[in-house]
Design a protein around this ligand. Structure first.
Ligand SMILES: [Zn+2]
Length: 376
């Protein structure tokens, strides 16, 4: 259940109550594709770096170790030892981006596994069944993530099918939640708005899915190659047409500056692989923008990644030491940088929430944007 705690213009401060605890929003979800954050970050670490919600990938987990294995072991929460909320994506995005030889039919998608080429079928019911086996807190509806740009008539047909799939997802989720042996009988379902960069299709679709009375609504199919301005324009046009008493989740976004701009436009939930991926390559976020620790100028730099940062990396180690670890190909380098970057994002969200609570979000946003100066 979403409780709107404060609203200033379009900016929302809320609390989303789930069977695995309350989430303070706006929130950034930390992406652990295969039930682990890449870079040797454990769920014990996640608690230390202020992570509220972990996100795992349905498609990946259904192939390895297999959702039935996870179910046998009591669901994802037990499996990975994480007692806070978990969101699972629908598998749709990976089916469309990773797999080959796919055929999209009314019943679902036929594709080949990216691991062993095995032929697989996934439709709305299969996606719900896998997510129910994983027993995540929030399941995402199965949708088609349309490549950008796509012709208007294709987008129209695809969005109509995504709506029909949503109806099937809802029916299947209700059925699964009513079964005795289901691990999380209170699994929540978020629908996904699509429509490429066509505002009118997006708005019409937002109105249609709003009628499904879901637990939350996502804006999908953005950050796939369109400009930031186009993305902001779509968010601006869609958010007023989604239910205001439910959380709004912008999928796969993004840079810290994108997050500030989207919060300003009424978005509550975010996720992105970017901070972990950047960290694994030595690119770390600081209050003055992003820096690359491979840079020679950090060889003798005894300061932490980001002065004042309270993450485990900055409290204990210098830029020079972490740079050395990267050069020596020590795993610890990645781990420390991923911990720092995720902490940076989680702390940014906490600061955003405090700014909304304290009525200074606009000032906070402009100050951050000018300090990062296009470098974050
Ligand atoms: Zn740090």
């Amino acid at each position: 259940m979403y409780k709107l705690l404060k609203k200033t213009g379009k900016v929302r401060r809320g609390e989303f109550v789930t069977p695995h605890g309350a989430i303070q929003t706006p929130v950034f979800m930390n992406v652990g594709t295969l039930a682990a954050i890449k870079g040797a970050v454990s769920t014990m670490d996640l608690k230390e770096i202020k992570c509220q919600v972990e996100l795992s990938n349905t498609y990946h987990l259904s192939l390895r170790p297999g959702d039935k294995v996870v179910r046998e072991l009591g669901g994802l929460h037990k499996f990975m030892n994480w007692d806070r909320p978990i969101l699972t994506d629908s598998g749709g995005f990976q089916v469309f981006s990773l797999s080959s030889i796919r055929k999209i039919k009314e019943e679902g998608v036929y594709f080949s596994s990216h691991i062993d080429g095995r032929k697989i079928f996934m439709g709305p019911e299969e996606s719900m069944q896998i997510q129910s086996n994983l027993a995540s807190t929030i399941a995402m509806a199965f949708d088609e993530c349309i490549p950008n740009p796509s012709p208007r008539d294709y987008v129209e047909a695809s969005v109509a099918r995504t709506t029909r799939w949503l109806e099937r997802c809802k029916i299947e989720m209700d059925r699964l939640n009513s079964l005795d042996h289901t691990i999380n009988k209170k699994q929540m379902l978020f629908g996904i708005n699509q429509g490429g960069i066509y505002e009118d299709i997006r708005i019409e679709h937002a109105k249609t899915i709003s009628k499904f009375n879901l637990d939350g609504y996502a804006i999908g199919g953005l950050a796939v190659g369109e400009t930031h301005e186009e993305m902001y324009r779509i968010i601006d046009s869609v958010t007023p047409h989604l239910p205001q008493d439910k959380p709004i989740y912008l999928m796969g976004v993004g840079l810290p500056s994108n997050i500030l701009e989207a919060v300003a436009r009424g978005v509550d939930f975010f996720d992105c692989v970017l901070p972990a991926r950047n960290g694994r390559h030595g690119h770390v976020f600081t209050k003055y923008g992003k820096i690359n620790l491979f840079n020679a100028k950090f060889q003798l730099d005894s300061s932490p990644i980001d002065e004042g940062c309270q993450c485990p990396a900055c409290r204990n180690y210098s830029r020079a030491y972490i740079r050395h670890l990267f050069k020596a190909k020590e795993m610890l380098a990645m781990r420390l940088c991923v911990l720092h970057n995720l902490y940076f994002y989680n702390k940014l969200m906490e600061d955003i929430r405090n700014a909304i609570d304290g009525d200074y979000f606009d000032e906070f946003k402009s100050e951050k944007l000018s300090m990062w100066d296009g470098r974050a």
